[in-house]
Ligand binder design. Structure first.
Ligand code: SAM
Length: 325
């Protein structure tokens, strides 16, 4: 697929404001799809299909692809690129405003057939969701599990076996997208994302070097970096190096806690004040008296002078359970 003539044909230029760096390296594209281990039973959600270079690969491997693109000017070229793929549903909208459960339910109503199973015809547009202005990366953690969603409730804790997310996402909303996927009522079994290398490194960090994103991702899943992608693999080349991170979600969060919402409130408070001792950050970020925080830390055997980045997931779990009363 040649991106530049396609952009010219539709009179388009990549939009920096929407993180439009199109992946053009065939080797990188096929490696991403291989890393996702997509089977013919899988439904894949792709966030930001752009001009469809990754979507083509996904459509060949999966039962169905739901491709959510915020930029309405990319929809006509995307439709043209995917015209021979009957198993792609193009959704115009902002992924952060859409519930994956509803996308999946809507797509499953339409069925999904790989091109080999059905005569090729135009890709399917299942919905058009007016996009709002892109959100910044600082959205607060939302409670889990949330209510609502077509498949919500029943499946709240168990990732959907045949639902995967594979995407080269806009870097400016990486954390927001990851949280949106992990906190959704219906969770994917596997997430494979091309993101900024530095952020990938932060996601896989271990105690002494943890941050809120690492705690959130590792609470729900097991992340690993599967590939590095140099800037030249994109058009236009981004200013940063990229990496592909794969997150596998087991049936249950990796730490058993009494109250997931509380767990994230405590962790968020702990990381709220950079380089402060834990007892101070917790006292500043939680509606709990300092003495009670000192008491809780002592009962679960955590030195109050430690810093948030040194705690293990299990320690956050014990602390939040103790602070849950
Ligand atoms: N997947 C394509 C590729 O690999 O060449 C494009 C990747 S580009 C890094 C990110 C894409 O995400 C762009 O097409 C951009 O318009 C789209 N995008 C940005 N913000 C979005 C959002 N909130 N929801 C859905 N798509 C978004």
């Amino acid at each position: 697929m040649d991106i530049k003539p396609l952009l010219r044909q539709f009179n388009l230029r990549p939009k920096k404001s929407l993180g439009q760096n199109f992946l053009v390296d065939e080797h990188a594209l096929s490696n991403i799809v291989r890393a996702a281990e997509i089977t013919p039973d899988d439904v894949v959600l792709e966030i930001g299909p752009g001009l469809g270079s990754l979507t083509l690969y996904l459509a060949d491997a999966a039962r169905q692809v739901i491709a959510v693109e915020i930029d309405h000017t990319l929809i006509p070229p995307l439709r043209s690129v995917l015209s021979a793929r009957s198993n792609v549903a193009i959704v115009e909208g902002d992924i952060l405003q859409l519930d994956p459960a509803e996308l999946l339910a809507e797509a499953s109503l339409r069925g999904g057939h790989r091109p080999t199973e059905q005569s090729p015809n135009q890709s399917d547009e299942i919905a058009s969701h007016p996009s709002t202005a892109p959100q910044k990366d600082a959205a607060p953690l939302t409670p889990y599990p949330r209510s609502g969603g077509a498949l919500g409730g029943m499946l709240a804790m168990t990732p959907n076996e045949n639902y995967k997310v594979v995407a080269n996402i806009p870097y400016y909303i990486t954390s927001a997208i990851i949280r949106h996927l992990l906190e959704a009522d219906v969770k994917p079994r596997t997430i494979v994302l091309t993101i900024q290398s530095e952020v990938a490194q932060r996601i896989i960090a271990q105690p002494d070097d943890m941050n809120l994103l690492a705690v959130s991702v590792q609470f729900y899943g097991v992340p690993r970096i599967v590939q590095r992608i140099p800037a030249e693999a994109f058009y236009p080349a981004p200013d940063v190096d990229s990496a592909v991170v794969r997150i596998d979600l087991p049936d249950q969060p990796r730490v058993r806690v009494k109250d997931v919402e509380r767990f994230f409130k405590v962790a968020k408070a702990g990381f709220g004040q950079k380089r402060k001792q834990l007892h101070n950050s917790l006292a500043a970020g939680l509606p709990v008296k300092h003495e009670q925080i000192m008491q809780a830390l002592s009962e679960v055997g955590i030195d109050p002078k430690r810093r948030a980045e040194t705690l293990t997931l299990e320690e956050w779990g014990k602390l939040s359970d103790r602070l849950s009363g």
